[in-house]
Design a protein around this ligand. Structure first.
Ligand code: A2P
Length: 410
């Protein structure tokens, strides 16, 4: 006879709110939508989670890999988990309780996940080894603002800034494609300290200024929510208002797979909108410095970059100065008077044969920017490959498996 329901134990899957960086990777990865979040916490619904573990390897911090043995009837609810600032300790379990009931991963769950994983969860084979999680919100590192420059025209819709942070003598190495966490000062509506916000680094590994222990961020001042209602973003407004000499609390670095290949013969295919330009600038600048230093860099760079207008496109001026022999650039503008609305996916189709040719080679693909563009970009890549007689599903799967297909959208 089975144990009474009240005595059945489960291994409940939990996320550590003190370590979690709210990057949404777990929610994106979960094949059965067991992970959800509110304004503060990412949580696992015990009524849905089947313990398949698909979310564990992609988590950049390990905060996802926490488990407590609890009576099934007393599992921590989603509402309870939303209120946590830290994980509860493991409860004492009475000696006569039933053995833990394993919640097996179903085949269905794993297959489902494979179909959804459009992005690599491993780094390119030749990527440099990243440093990870050197500082968390219990032990942030202090950086000093070395500069804060507006990138968009004064009459542009958006205020996008190039912010340079200097780490002095602190050890804080970052690679192109990695992110850092910013801890805004003050507390939220519930009186708790603001949690960190993640920003992708916009400068190469040797610093915004070569040889200096500094890095750059590309930050858009958020003044409206996703529905367009006025709402000031806590971290973005804090960052955009910073003055030279101000001090900032930083965590990280984060990100172990959205990294660039180190072998100079590799091609980079970069697709971005708005502030999604940050990792592309970092990678492009790293390659530019290598080439300028006389290193043999024979891999090709191809960039698709979307913005409303030229004056809204971060780094527009410096980008235009790069020679076509160094980077094949395709800019898409969606709101230029008298011109048709153009998105990056339209430009991908226009340049179809060249894109297909690049995809046949030793190419690493990076997408960064608006969540909405993801589907359009995937459709365009599929169409471009079909037109070139290529098997897109097979190529996509191979690129994902080989750490050559990286998508980061928000
Ligand atoms: P749109 O003019 O339609 O908003 P933003 O300035 O809001 O950060 O957006 C950056 C660029 O991305 C804009 O040109 C914007 O066009 C464009 N964009 C918006 N939605 C999509 C989408 N689904 N696919 C590709 N680009 C998009």
């Amino acid at each position: 006879m089975g144990a009474p329901e009240a005595a059945v134990l489960i291994r409940q899957h939990l996320i550590d709110p003190e370590v979690c960086i709210r990057c949404n990777t777990c929610e994106d990865t979960c094949p059965i939508d067991a992970i959800t979040h509110d304004d503060r916490n990412y949580v696992v619904d015990p009524d849905i989670c089947n313990g398949c573990g698909a979310c564990v390897p992609p988590c950049p911090t390990g905060s996802i890999d926490n488990w407590r043995t609890v009576p099934k009837q007393a599992a921590y609810s989603v509402v309870e988990q939303f209120g946590w600032d830290e994980l509860p300790a493991q409860q004492e379990i009475a000696g006569d309780a039933a053995p833990v009931v394993a919640e097996p991963a179903t085949d269905d769950g794993l297959q489902h996940n494979a179909a959804l994983s459009a992005s690599s969860t491993r780094a390119p084979w030749s990527a440099a080894h990243p440093y990870l999680n050197l500082h968390d919100n219990r032990k942030p590192v202090t950086a000093t603002v070395a500069g804060n420059y507006r990138l968009t025209d004064t009459d542009a819709d958006s205020d996008i800034r190039h912010i340079v942070l200097d780490f002095g003598t602190e050890f804080f190495p970052v690679l192109e494609g990695q992110s850092i966490g910013i801890l805004p000062p003050g507390t939220d509506a519930s009186g708790k300290p603001h949690f960190l916000r993640m920003y992708s680094v916009a400068s190469p590994r040797d610093g915004e200024r070569p040889g200096y222990n500094n890095l750059a961020l590309t930050v858009k001042r958020v003044v409206a929510d996703h529905e367009g209602k006025p709402a000031l973003g806590v971290a973005s407004n804090y960052l955009c208002d910073l003055q030279k000499g101000d001090r900032v609390q930083v965590t990280g670095p984060f990100g172990s797979h959205y990294l660039m290949p180190n072998h100079p013969g590799s091609n980079l295919l970069m697709i971005c909108t708005g502030t999604g330009a940050a990792p592309m600038r970092a990678m492009t600048e790293y390659r530019r410095r290598l080439a300028a230093g006389g290193k043999p860099v024979d891999g090709k760079l191809m960039l698709f970059f979307g913005a409303r207008r030229p004056g809204e496109l971060p780094y527009f001026g410096p980008l235009l100065k790069l020679p076509a022999s160094f980077i094949d650039m395709h800019l898409a503008f969606s709101r230029v008077d008298g011109e048709p609305k153009t998105y990056v996916q339209d430009k991908l189709r226009e340049a179809g044969p060249a894109v297909a040719e690049l995809l046949k080679g030793d190419t690493f693909l990076y997408v960064c920017g608006l969540k909405g563009m993801e589907a359009g970009v995937m459709d365009a890549l599929r169409d471009v490959c079909i037109a070139a007689g290529m098997d897109w599903p097979a190529l996509h799967a191979r690129m994902v498996a080989e750490g050559r297909f990286h998508v980061e959208t928000y």
